[in-house]
Design a protein. Structure first.
Length: 383
């Protein structure tokens, strides 16, 4: 294995548009490469540190997907359960369609939204954070937005298409977090802590933005096209709707050193690197198996053209069609990404685990991630 080229790629992208980045690569349960490039704070010339914390954004989704599969394995939910069993606003939910004159018509959904619909982004929900119902619960709770109460409000706004009809990236995994809270009898964050974070030694992964946590979060940037440079985004993670909202879709904070422990557990089909059983092989294999039809995959690929060739399981992409994949293909490799540029790779066939993080919105992931994936596999001697 020779990771010189991967180091050079990271140095190159941080001299281009990405302020700073960090990566860890594990092979056969051993860390074989760890490197930071660029700056956590451009203005003050503070280099990226292995101790930095990042908003995971959608890299939260694989953790929520894994939690749902584990909860089903515990017998507390079933994948064909109606979501309304746990979130009452999903009972008798409506599909809201826009008419040509700008008005809307609401009709009862032809079938209920099921848990599997949430996990596969086929629920009919959207990603509108400015829904009237969300704004109302934010005002009513003085900005707290408790998880279940907020998700109850989301259900009141209905769906944009029939459940199971299409793929649409949405607040589905946020709703799943609330379902886990209700079905488990534990706060969602406590369920994750008890089942994953504590057993895996992920003591820096949390929803709880204490003063100490905030102190260690790297500044969040956004690329300003007019200035042609990254500038600090002042409002932080907009997907954290309130101080008590535990967003299963985008709300966790973690470090690179923490998240790789979760990734490697997935690579090991449920075993920690020390051999502790966290999930069953069947559970992880269910999570990473494509659940989309051919038509639903076309919807998926429209949103992520560089992921053409991948299917979608429970909160994760999964490699399916080698002739369509950019960069490199390893059948069954799975993971996801995050809005600020995080990338998760769990590859059971090659015993390879990767977590890469940067902290810039409009992250150029369609350029960065395929290049990184190909370079990682070459460096590890797998290409």
């Amino acid at each position: 294995m020779n990771f010189t080229y991967l180091k050079n790629v990271m140095d190159d992208i941080t001299s281009w548009r990405i302020p700073g980045c960090d990566i860890v690569v594990m092979k056969d349960n051993e860390v074989v490469f760890r490197y930071q490039a660029g700056y956590r704070d451009i203005e003050n010339h503070i280099p990226v540190s292995p101790d930095d914390l990042y908003y995971l954004f959608s890299a939260s989704k694989p953790i929520t997907g894994a939690a749902a599969v584990l909860l089903a394995e515990e017998g507390k939910i079933k994948f064909d359960d109606e979501v309304g069993k746990y979130i009452s606003s999903f009972n008798d939910i409506k599909v809201r369609r826009k008419n040509e004159d700008g008005t809307f018509t609401e009709t009862p959904a032809k079938r209920p939204v099921k848990i599997i619909d949430l996990l596969t982004m086929t629920s009919g929900l959207d990603y509108n954070l400015e829904k009237t119902s969300i704004l109302e619960v934010r005002e009513k709770t003085s900005g707290r937005c408790p998880t279940v109460e907020t998700v109850e409000a989301i259900g009141k706004d209905g769906l944009i298409f029939e459940p199971g009809e299409r793929f649409n990236y949405s607040l589905s995994l946020d709703v799943m977090g609330a379902v886990i809270e209700v079905a488990s009898g534990e706060k969602f964050g406590d369920y994750l802590k008890n089942r994953f974070f504590e057993p895996l030694g992920m003591d820096r992964t949390t929803f709880n933005l204490t003063d100490d946590v905030k102190l260690h979060i790297a500044p969040l940037y956004i690329f300003d096209n007019d200035k042609q440079q990254a500038v600090i985004r002042k409002d932080g993670n907009c997907y954290i709707l309130g101080s008590e909202f535990e967003s299963g879709g985008a709300g966790l904070v973690s470090s690179v050193g923490d998240y790789i422990k979760f990734t490697n557990m997935l690579t090991n089909l449920g075993l920690s690197d020390s051999g502790k059983r966290i999930m069953s092989e069947d559970a992880v294999n269910f999570m990473r198996t494509n659940k989309l039809s051919e038509n639903q995959m076309k919807d998926f690929w429209k949103g992520w053209k560089y992921l053409s060739g991948f299917g979608y399981g429970c909160g994760v992409r999964t490699a399916l069609k080698p002739d369509l994949v950019q960069g490199h293909f390893s059948f069954g490799e799975f993971g996801w990404c995050g809005a600020a540029g995080a990338m998760v790779i769990a590859d059971p066939a090659n015993k390879l685990s990767v977590f890469y993080s940067q902290h810039m919105l409009n992250s150029f992931e369609w350029i960065v991630h395929p290049k990184l994936r190909e370079t990682i596999y070459k460096s590890a001697g797998l290409l």
